[in-house]
Design a protein around this ligand. Structure first.
Ligand code: PLP
Length: 394
C-alpha cells in the first residue's frame, strides 16, 4: 500500500466535495451569465460559493476572483497591479525619476516561482527592478531589510504566508504594516496556508491574496484571488468581462462550488485538526532525527505549518532517496513539486544560506491527516532501508 506524504504538492478530493459538484455538471450546467432560469440557478450557486469562500478567508464576496489556480492568481495580482501602475504613470506623464523610483517589485527571497517569475516578467518586458528581500536561516523574511527597501519606493511587495518547501509561517501581518507605512501595497501568496491554518484577508490587511483549491481538498485548476476594491488592477485575460472584468471566461460553476465546500470542510476541521497535525508532525520530526542522527530539520521549528516536516540529509542526493522510497511505496518530495525532474536545488534552501549540495539533500514530508504510529514506523523503516540501499551509514 502506498503511503502518500506529499499533500503540500496536491491532495485528494473528498466525496462530499465531489457530490456537491456533480449537480452542477449534470443538471444545473447552464452558463451563469445566461438570463434563463437554469442560467440563474448556476449564477446563484456561483454567488453562494463566492460568499462562503469570502467568509472563510475573512474577505467580502465582491473581493473574490475565481481563477485557474494559485499560479494564475499570483500572476494576475502581480502583473495586474504593475500594469495598472504603468497605465497610471503614462496617464499622469510621470517624470522618469519618479517612475523609476516606483517601478520596483519587492519579493521575499523564498517566493514560489509563480511569484518570482511574474516579477521577472515585469523586469523583462517593462523594466521593473526586482528586489529580493533576504530571509534568515529559518526562511523568515528580514523585516528590517524590507523596511529599508520599501522606503526607496515600490509598486508592490510580495510576501508569502507559509513556505511550500520548509513550512515556515512568515510574519505577514508585520510585513504588511511596514509596507503600508511606506504606501506600498502587498500581495500575499497564501497557497500553502489557506485551508490549513486560519487566513483572514482583512485582518492581515493585505491588498491581494492567493489561495489554491487542490491544496485543501478541491480539484486541481481552481484558484482564488482576494483583491481589495482599493487596488487598481489590469486584467491579463481579455474577453467577456466576467469576474468584475478581471478574469474573463465562462466561470467554472461546479469548480467554484467544490472550492467552497472544500474550504468550508477544511476550516471547520481546523480547531481539532491543527493540534492533531502538530503533535503528529512533532512526533515524526523526533522519530526522523532519532533514526537518522545526521539529518537536520529545515525551516522554523515552532512557527511552521502543522502537517509539514522538512529535512536535509547532508551528503545524500535527495533525488536518489526519493526514487528508492518510492519503490517502497513511500511518496514524499524534495521540496517544491515544480523542482522535481529538473534536478534544481530547492530555491528556499539556497536563500536560507545553504550550499547547492546541501539544498539538494532536502526531503519534504507533508500530510493533511495525522499519521498513525504504523505510518510513522513504515516511513522510518523505509527511510532506513533506502539509506542502506544507498550505502549511507546512519
Ligand atoms: N504558491 C505556492 C506557495 C505554492 O506552493 C504553489 C503550488 O505548489 C503555487 C503558488 C501554485 O499553485 P497552483 O499549483 O494552484 O498553480
Amino acid at each position: 500500500m502506498t503511503l502518500y506524504l506529499d499533500a503540500a504538492a496536491s491532495d485528494s478530493v473528498s466525496d462530499t466535495v465531489i457530490e456537491a459538484m456533480i449537480p452542477f455538471l449534470t443538471q444545473a450546467y447552464a452558463n451563469p451569465s445566461s438570463v434563463h432560469t437554469d442560467g440563474k440557478t448556476a449564477a446563484r450557486a456561483l454567488s453562494a460559493a463566492r460568499e462562503s469562500i469570502a467568509q472563510n478567508l475573512g474577505s467580502r464576496s465582491n473581493e473574490i476572483i475565481f481563477t485557474s489556480g494559485g499560479t494564475e492568481s499570483d500572476n494576475l495580482a502581480i502583473k495586474g497591479i504593475a500594469l495598472a501602475h504603468v497605465r497610471n504613470s503614462h496617464a499622469h506623464h510621470d517624470d522618469a525619476s519618479s517612475d523609476s523610483r516606483s517601478r520596483r517589485i519587492l519579493i521575499s527571497a523564498v517566493e514560489h516561482p509563480a511569484v518570482a517569475e511574474s516579477a521577472q516578467w515585469l523586469h523583462d518586458f517593462f523594466g521593473f527592478e526586482v528586489v529580493r528581500i533576504p530571509v534568515d536561516a529559518q526562511a523568515r523574511i528580514d523585516l528590517e531589510a524590507l523596511q529599508e527597501e520599501v522606503h526607496k519606493g515600490a509598486t508592490l511587495a510580495c510576501v508569502m504566508m507559509a513556505n511550500n518547501e520548509v513550512g515556515t509561517i512568515e510574519p505577514v501581518k508585520e510585513a504588511v504594516r511596514i509596507c503600508h507605512e511606506a504606501g506600498v501595497p502587498v500581495h500575499v501568496d497564501a497557497v500553502q496556508a489557506a485551508g490549513t491554518i486560519p487566513v483572514d484577508f482583512h485582518d492581515l490587511n493585505a491588498d491581494t491574496l492567493t489561495a489554491s483549491g487542490h491544496k485543501f481538498g478541491a480539484p486541481k485548476g481552481l484558484g482564488i484571488l482576494c483583491k481589495r476594491n482599493r487596488v487598481g488592477m489590469e486584467p491579463l485575460i481579455s474577453g467577456g468581462g466576467q469576474e468584475g472584468g478581471l478574469r474573463s471566461g465562462t466561470p467554472n460553476v461546479a469548480g467554484a462550488v467544490g472550492l467552497a465546500v472544500a474550504l468550508q470542510e477544511a476550516c471547520s476541521r481546523m480547531p481539532t485538526m491543527i493540534p492533531a497535525l502538530e503533535s503528529s508532525r512533532d512526533e515524526l520530526i523526533n522519530a526522523v532525527l532519532h533514526a537518522v542522527p545526521f539529518a537536520r530539520l529545515t525551516g522554523d521549528p515552532n512557527s511552521r505549518l502543522p502537517g509539514h516536516a522538512s529535512f536535509v540529509f547532508p551528503g545524500i542526493n535527495a533525488e536518489a532517496l526519493l526514487v528508492d522510497l518510492d519503490t517502497r511505496g513511500i511518496e514524499v518530495s524534495s521540496g517544491s513539486a515544480c523542482a522535481i525532474g529538473r534536478s534544481t536545488a530547492p530555491s528556499t534552501l539556497l536563500a536560507m544560506g545553504m550550499s547547492e549540495t546541501e539544498a539538494k539533500s532536502a526531503l519534504r514530508i507533508s500530510f493533511r491527516e495525522p499519521l498513525s504510529s504504523n505510518d510513522r514506523e513504515s516511513l522510518i523503516n523505509g527511510l532506513l532501508g533506502s539509506l542502506a540501499e544507498l550505502h549511507i551509514k546512519v
